[in-house]
Design a protein around this ligand. Sequence first.
Ligand code: GLC
Length: 573
Amino acid sequence: MTDADAAVANPHFLDPDWWRHAVVYQIYPRSFADSDDNGTGDIRGMIDRLDHLAGLGVDAVWVSPWYPSPLLDGGYDVADYRDVSPDFGTLADADAFIAAAHARGLRVLLDLVPNHSSWDHPWFRAALAAGPGSPERARYVFRDGRGEHGEEPPNNWGSLFGGPAWTRVTEADGRPGQWYLHLFDISQPDFDWTNEDVCAEIDAVMRFWFDRGIDGFRIDVADAMVKDAALPDVPVNPETGFGSNEKNPGMPQWDQPGLADVQRRWRAVADAYAGTELGGRVFVAEAYIDPIERLVAYVEPDRLHTTFNFDALISEWSAASQRWVINHTIPAHEAVGAPTTWVLGNHDNTRVATRYGKPVTGRDFTAESETAAEPIELSAALLAMPTDIGLGRRRARAAALLELGLPGGAYIYQGEELGLDEIEDLPEAVLQDPVWERSGHRMRGRDGCRVPLPWSGEASPYGFSATAEPWLPMPAHWAPLTVAVQDADPASTLNLYRRALALRRTLPDLRADAFAWDELDGGDVLAFRRGGVLMVVNFGATPVELPPGEVLVASAPLDDHRLPHDAAVWVRL
Ligand code: GLC
């Protein structure tokens, strides 16, 4: 990369505050593009398709895990933090990808999974071999069981994927032995974050990738690392019979005070790069905790930089609920000096176009009583409802203009720019998410949002692979949604995203932090100003008369300067 190349591609590339306004595109490598025609995406495929992202106008990409992994949780089960899975390529491919992204003015965030490793990680194998009381076991959470012969798990915690959060091991002498903790899949043993080996190793892993040019990390389950040392029982979830995974304050598995020190330590590692060409490195935290006032502690000045705004993701499609989220998000972040982010989807949640086509579209934040739903539970509940996909796509387009019109940063999950829907009827035989098995087939899991991207052509594999059967089947009804078809259609969702992103990049008002509700706001109409630009979203049935001004972009055709239902517009006043 030369600075000149990157600056031509993206004038904000070397701005040290780039992350405050960045639109970040999530690549799920398995499903993005397959260069070697084996049905699974790979890094060479990502390089081949980088021009799609440069042309879209995003500022950065976040790459879901590309490390060696048995893929028992889609790569969030890491067997080696310093290498690339042979399924996806080589370290040299990763270096080439980072360089090719930078040359196009795109920053690169990588996923880091610090809460747990895979059971294939050499440290976990060593821990099993070394036995109770060893320093190798001390890197994970091994405990003796309860009961006379240790036959009961150490506490009643449940795994988020179903079943107990503890699994008993067989010791070297062949007898049943200790138990290890796994908040997620049985193949994902939790590290013990009070162990200095663990802390030092993750610091070193970060430096390994920062030295290769990675611009920052997305921190997987950033609220989980530290547990209450007493590992107390928690209230039972009557549906599963195991301890609840609710994230209310005081729950011993989540959001423990000790996390602050871990985050400060990481911040120091990232800040040490401030003098380099790419500048200090950055973090985005994945933490489904509630309310937002609690979450913003993670982005205090000496902790992480940004955090996903999942309230925005799980909010229902209504003016009142969205207004509530905006009114809580912006001041909470201002109070700690951090930028907001806006999120509509990711590889764990039902795709936005499907969600917004359901009779229930998400959480009503004005009904204060509910607690946040975990993505897996929310998706399971939605699956039971019929979808009006036409309405869902229309709303998803409006939601894109809302998300991209707000101050701060925004995330686009691959395929959102095409208006892709959730594939809710994948045959059971192809389901790969561990949730399916671990929940005793009660919940289908998250494969429906992970189906590979359609690039071109009339039928599967739609240019994702040359000829191979994709790792999840691609539906016939995606033929009109390919990148090639949408590229040629000025009214497509892809071109809507391109237009909005180009405006975001070029209009100074949209890079400033200013936000103010407009007099038009109220009832079913959300209306706010970003300097001289008015953003309006109509959630109601009645068309909204717009004030005079130049229409910069609209999610649906206007009728005589009136904004129809389930549509959004940006107007320069
Ligand atoms: C995060 C990831 C999810 C994964 C889980 C366990 O929530 O987004 O895909 O299953 O962590 O690592």
